[in-house]
Design a protein around this ligand. Structure first.
Ligand code: GLN
Length: 535
């Protein structure tokens, strides 16, 4: 068994400082030094998992290969580290309490009064340490959601306090705070940072490293002052300055020596470790920053007011555009407002269109109008999950002539449901809920565009949906050039469709966006952007 090291990332002053990005950046730097690293997120809300949260409130629901509906920060971790995360990488307060209550009902506590300390904190610690021992990690980096001082995060901070005693040098705390700039006084202010470090101290936790989010460079002098007031070494006070792309952050943190300070504090001899090898990462960031020519892509969906709702799709498009040496110009288009009459005007100038995933009826007509326009005008188009389902409805209505074609999710009365619940899928729906979640195999048809893109026959992609293409219509679709080029053979379900007369018109029942990473952009997105550029 390895001597796993545990690093905690807490946040102070305000939310939205980018704890997830700092945690992922530290993970990246340690990984690039040859260590085996995983990132974990502890979420302080009562929901058992983020699956039922409205995307408007919490952003996208990310899905792991093992079918866990998780916080979107796990997406950052995967995109940065290029390794898969699992259910154990995301724990909510709801799940902690549920586990403790289940144990209480089973009688595991032998009649003891069940309390926050030690029972809830023990359960939190168990979830943290279990992740470390599960796969023999060198480092587990655990991000504590929320802001220090919140009632919700108290049991987590208390668990960190205890772990510090239990683990000694194998435990370290990175605290991320904010240093505001007062324009009128032309000054950066460290007082909020001092207060948030104090709030942490009041809970018995001393930060080892402070990362200060700032819009302006923080002088050495100011760093020394922060160190003095906050009880940390001056070399352990570092800045994270605003950058145009989050992918710069690991490189900036390397410059600030975040990885070196972490390793030194955890007892490593720096001379015996190798520096972080970031060549591939730098190559990507340079491509991203140097791209001048734009590629104009439209993302049509119903949660466009909050771009975080489509986080993974947007990041996948950024990866693929940089890969193709283009600068992404993304337009988020609300599907609710689109009609056959205004579509040309609203989508004019787009080089490629993505029709987004989603649930329910709202915005469906606009998606159908979009797809008709893209298909008839041969504009490169990718339909993801509900987007693919909409492709089948549009095709059935406008090409096959089934005017009432629909999905059972939207209309249960129509005789032509091209999207339905299939008998074949019953065995693979997750327990309790009724969704197909996580990674499933898919076999691509040789000679198809999908096969050409992936360059292999057998792939595996992540799912999050209830409805499927109705196999009853397969033959008729294929005779009319909408081929089913990807199948899940085990359950006989259609995974990929493509309209062969067009240059690039592909629908996927799965979510390729969950597995696009910086060093491994997803082939579907790369090919889609390439088609958009080529026009
Ligand atoms: N609402 C659709 C279904 O459940 C698609 C879900 C999605 O796009 N994630 O099948």
């Amino acid at each position: 068994m390895k001597d796993t090291k545990y690093i905690f990332v807490t946040g102070g002053v305000t939310s939205s400082l980018g704890k997830g990005i700092i945690a992922a950046s530290l993970g990246k730097l340690l990984q690039a030094r040859g260590f085996k690293v995983t990132n974990q997120k502890l979420d302080p809300y009562i929901n058992i998992d983020p699956g039922t949260l409205n995307p408007y409130e919490h952003g996208e629901c990310y899905v792991t290969v093992d079918g866990h509906e998780s916080d979107l920060d796990l997406g950052h971790y995967e995109r940065f580290l290029n390794v898969e995360t699992h259910k154990a990488n995301n724990v909510t307060t709801g799940r902690i309490y549920q586990n403790v209550i289940n144990k209480e009902r089973r009688g595991d506590y032998l009649g003891k009064t069940v309390q926050i300390i030690p029972h809830i904190t023990d359960e939190i610690k168990r979830n943290i340490k279990q992740l470390g021992s599960q796969s023999d990690f060198d480092f587990v980096i655990t991000e504590i959601g929320g802001t220090v001082g919140d009632i919700e995060s108290l049991p987590y901070i208390e668990s960190v306090r205890q772990l510090r005693w239990e683990l000694g040098r194998n435990c370290l705390i990175v605290h991320l705070t904010y240093v505001p700039y007062l324009a009128a006084a032309k000054e950066l202010k460290t007082k909020p940072t001092q207060h948030s470090v104090k709030a942490l101290q009041e809970q018995g936790v001393q930060a080892d490293i402070l990362v200060l989010r700032t819009e302006h460079n923080i002088s050495q002098e100011m760093r020394k002052k922060v160190a003095l007031f906050c009880n940390v070494e001056p070399s352990a006070v570092m800045q994270s300055i605003d950058v145009p792309t989050i992918y710069r952050v690991p490189l900036n943190m390397q410059q600030e020596k975040l990885d070196e300070v972490v390793l030194t504090k955890m007892g490593f001899d720096l001379d015996k470790t190798q520096p972080a090898k970031m060549d591939k990462w730098i190559e990507f960031v340079e491509k991203l920053e140097n791209a001048k020519e734009e590629v104009r892509i439209g993302l049509v969906g119903k949660y466009v007011q909050l771009p975080d709702a489509y986080k993974s799709i947007i990041e996948s498009l950024i990866h693929a555009s940089a890969y193709n040496n283009k600068k992404l110009k993304l337009e988020l288009i609300l599907s609710d407002k689109l009609t056959d009459e205004n579509i040309q005007k609203k989508l004019s100038g787009l080089q490629g269109i993505i029709v987004a995933p989603g649930f329910g009826q709202r915005g469906m007509d606009g998606k159908l109008a979009t797809l008709k326009y893209a298909r008839e005008n041969d504009i490169p188009c990718l339909g993801i999950c509900l987007g693919m389902q909409a492709m089948t409805i549009e095709f059935a209505r406008n090409v096959l002539g089934y005017k009432d074609a629909n999905s059972t999710e939207i209309d249960t009365t129509t005789p032509h449901n091209v999207v339905d619940i299939m008998d074949e899928q019953k065995d693979i729906l997750n327990l309790g809920g009724s969704m197909r979640l996580g990674a499933f195999k898919c076999k691509l048809k040789k000679g198809s565009k999908a096969y050409d893109i992936y360059k292999k026959e057998n792939i595996s992609e992540r799912h999050r949906h209830r409805f499927e293409f109705n196999n009853k219509y397969k033959e008729e679709f294929e005779t009319n050039n909408m081929i089913c080029s990807g199948l899940n053979e085990e359950s006989n379900l259609v995974e990929v469709i493509e309209y062969t007369p067009n240059k690039w018109y592909i629908g996927v029942q799965f979510h390729p966006e969950y597995s696009s990473t910086v060093v491994n952009p997803h082939p579907l997105f790369i090919s889609f952007i390439k088609a958009a550029i080529e026009g």
